[in-house]
Design a protein around this ligand. Structure first.
Ligand SMILES: N[C@@H](CCC(=O)N[C@@H](CS)C(=O)NCC(=O)O)C(=O)O
Length: 199
């Protein structure tokens, strides 16, 4: 399995995911900052938008962090990163997984671009609502699914930390404590080391 990635990007989500998954994988650097550098021919198949992270896994070529996480967590059920299809936690798991591309990412854009909030017209609601919903979601336990860590925590937790790094997170003790719990995970620490080493 190949992970197409680039340091200091959203690839860190999938580096963390891969380190939690514990399956062997090959990291393939894609320099998104230099479009003239030759790229692995399968990268275009995996990422039609030319964005990282992306994977090639046999005949499966896939991008979009949340889609990759759902695909791989289901492929390796013994890792316990995803509730089974018939587990009552499955609904909340999918909600939080897609909360990032559907709500958090556009809410970040609202903030960065300085758009006037327009909760009834924006599909993501508003940045402030997003923060409140995340805070409420974290009130029930250590992780988004209570005491059960899942791949949704990797996608949400790494994105919360990304927001913090870019000063996009308001002072919020609940979310900050969650980020700290994420950072305590050895797999996340390994991913950060890989990201910083750039290889
Ligand atoms: N929706 C994608 C976003 C991926 C993304 O924005 N990747 C950026 C790096 S953080 C990228 O590859 N940009 C390169 C480009 O657009 O040329 C996901 O969640 O995986």
């Amino acid at each position: 399995m190949k992970l197409y990635w680039c340091p200091q990007t959203r690839s860190l989500r999938l580096l963390w995911f891969m380190e939690e998954l514990g399956q062997s994988y090959e990291r393939v650097l894609v320099d998104i900052r230099d479009k003239d550098k030759p790229r692995d021919p399968d990268f275009a198949k995996a990422s039609p938008m030319g964005k990282v992270p992306a994977i090639s896994d046999g005949g499966v070529h896939l991008s979009e962090s949340a889609a990759i996480a759902v695909y791989l967590a289901d492929k390796y059920p013994s890792t316990g990163l995803a509730p089974a299809i018939d587990d009552p936690l499955r609904g909340a798991y999918l909600y939080w997984m897609f909360f990032v591309p559907g709500v958090v990412e556009p809410a970040m854009l609202e903030k960065v671009a300085g758009f006037e909030p327009n909760p009834s017209q924006f599909g993501h609601g508003s940045y402030d609502q997003m923060i409140k919903v995340l805070e409420t979601g974290l009130a029930g336990g250590q992780w988004l699914l209570g005491e059960t860590f899942s791949a949704a925590d990797i996608i949400v937790g790494s994105t919360a930390n990304f927001m913090k790094g870019f000063n996009l997170l308001p002072v919020n003790a609940t979310i900050e404590a969650y980020i700290e719990r994420c950072l305590e995970r050895p797999a996340y620490r390994r991913a950060i080391e890989i990201n910083e080493a750039g290889a």
